[in-house]
Design a binder for this molecule. Sequence first.
Ligand code: NAG
Ligand code: NAG
Ligand code: NAG
Ligand code: NAG
Ligand code: NAG
Ligand code: NAG
Ligand code: NAG
Ligand code: NAG
Length: 493
Amino acid sequence: MGSGFRLIFDCILLLMLFGICQSSTVGVCYGRNADDLPTADKVVQLIQLHNIKNVRIYDSNIQILKAFANTGIELMIGISNLDLLPFAQFQSNADTWLKNSILPYYPATKITYITVGAEVTEAPNNVSALVVPAMQNVFTALRKAGLHRKIKVSSTHSLGILSRSFPPSAGAFNSSHAFFLRPMLEFLAEHQSPFMVDIYPYYAYRDSSSNVSLDYALFESSSEVIDPNTGWLYTNMFDAQIDAIYFALMALNFRTIKIMVTETGWPSKGSPKETAATPDNAQTYNTNLIRHVINDTGTPAKPGEEIDVYIFSLFNENRKPGLESERNWGLFFPDQTSVYNLDFTGRGSLDTTTGSNITSSNGTSWCIASPTASEDDLRKGLDWACSSGNVDCSAIQPSQPCFEPDSLASHASYAFNSYYQQNGATDIACRFGGAGIRTNKNPSYDNCLYMTLGSNKTAASNATVSPSRSSSSVEKVSVWIPGCLLMAFLPFL
Ligand SMILES: *[C@@H]1O[C@H](CO)[C@@H](O)[C@H](O)[C@H]1NC(C)=O
Ligand SMILES: *[C@@H]1O[C@H](CO)[C@@H](O)[C@H](O)[C@H]1NC(C)=O
Ligand SMILES: *[C@@H]1O[C@H](CO)[C@@H](O)[C@H](O)[C@H]1NC(C)=O
Ligand SMILES: *[C@@H]1O[C@H](CO)[C@@H](O)[C@H](O)[C@H]1NC(C)=O
Ligand SMILES: *[C@@H]1O[C@H](CO)[C@@H](O)[C@H](O)[C@H]1NC(C)=O
Ligand SMILES: *[C@@H]1O[C@H](CO)[C@@H](O)[C@H](O)[C@H]1NC(C)=O
Ligand SMILES: *[C@@H]1O[C@H](CO)[C@@H](O)[C@H](O)[C@H]1NC(C)=O
Ligand SMILES: *[C@@H]1O[C@H](CO)[C@@H](O)[C@H](O)[C@H]1NC(C)=O
């Protein structure tokens, strides 16, 4: 076999392996129903810092599209229910919108989905009838621009589109929606677009706490719910709700349509009656959700199936009407501090997964710049820590104790560590988009003292001579690589 042929063979093998390796992604919904949110540029920095690769917005705001340019972040944009009429009425409206509002920013801004209408079955004024014609016109506009394979068109739904969701095998769409739902499903099947659904075990629990256990809603259940028709065991409500949709789709003979979860989450605060709305429960739900989907566990009906999910929401949104919980779904406060820690990689505690021991004998650890981080990532992390991260960076200014050595890595290390210590020294606080790593050797040198947990700037003003940083033993925070990616590299090993 000629080497050229061999090369092509390897490439094809590689592509095939990557093809089957589109593992589930976890994105975040960037809702903006608030009057106190940071600027779009700041938000993009925050998103990058947390390594979030997929973001959903609810409109096509130009400032936001511009802010995401050249970030590589995949963006789902939306057409609101109020705008459906013009899109449904005339093809030219969809063409004009695409030409003026989207194409100028594409592909620098990596738009991958357009949601046409949102939860139309919950909307007033019977907008349901408009949604499929609007989807068709948007699709046609994309096809004329040659983008219909790169940007998928769909529409989001609430679980209320089902008339029955339990047991999952009895899942069925409410027949009153058939007039628009059937054409929509035909559209999705024809264009290989996903069925988008917003899934909220929180509401199911809140509104029916006598029948639903909190553990089942939070993915913490030790007991299982059995579907009597299939005999399948459900350990969490998320899976049960998704399978109810699969069965509803199958009942109408749409077997190829994939499901995408365009919103899910848990509020961290609520009215006195909403006792389950706590930071602990929100952290538990979202942590377990990420762990559950990230390794393509799938559901009992579709084991191993990838499911892309979007966590609702990036920020607490102070202008949302309704119960107290409505304004408290955020992962972040408007000042960009975390409502609770959340590890988007789903790897959980680094110390246990890597088997490495990053705490020193007295339990102290530090966070420094990774030797493998790019200059760009170090710069971003440093700038962020010294601004939004609220780190006091005066020590790395000229003539101050930590200015020398005057290098990006050294300054970033100082700033990363201060942020890390001020934020509880958790593994997440040392992430910096992969640019930070933890170490058990004190990086302090000469007069430059690195903070430790509980110490503070002012206390760390005097000289203590420590081993130089070059001798520090540094344990790389492991990078989670899906097994299938490792396989994909085998041809080169
Ligand atoms: C909504 O509009 C559709 C199509 O015009 C119609 O079939 C359906 O009955 C309407 N539903 C309501 C609740 O008015
Ligand atoms: C089905 O939808 C109709 C119209 O929205 C609603 O009145 C009815 O209660 C729904 N049925 C069920 C079983 O949810
Ligand atoms: C709990 O389930 C029972 C039996 O299915 C039902 O009658 C009752 O309405 C449910 N309670 C709530 C609060 O949903
Ligand atoms: C994926 O995660 C689930 C739930 O945490 C676990 O039960 C399962 O063993 C994991 N699968 C793989 C392949 O790691
Ligand atoms: C890490 O090191 C400390 C101190 O050497 C030791 O007490 C601790 O048990 C170690 N932890 C693990 C998981 O090895
Ligand atoms: C722990 O030990 C390190 C040196 O290894 C020292 O710098 C640090 O101050 C100690 N922390 C505490 C809380 O004693
Ligand atoms: C250390 O300083 C930071 C910022 O100046 C402050 O937010 C934090 O509460 C302080 N920590 C301690 C333990 O004093
Ligand atoms: C700093 O050094 C000065 C003079 O060497 C000393 O008086 C002071 O107590 C030291 N402060 C601390 C916090 O160690």
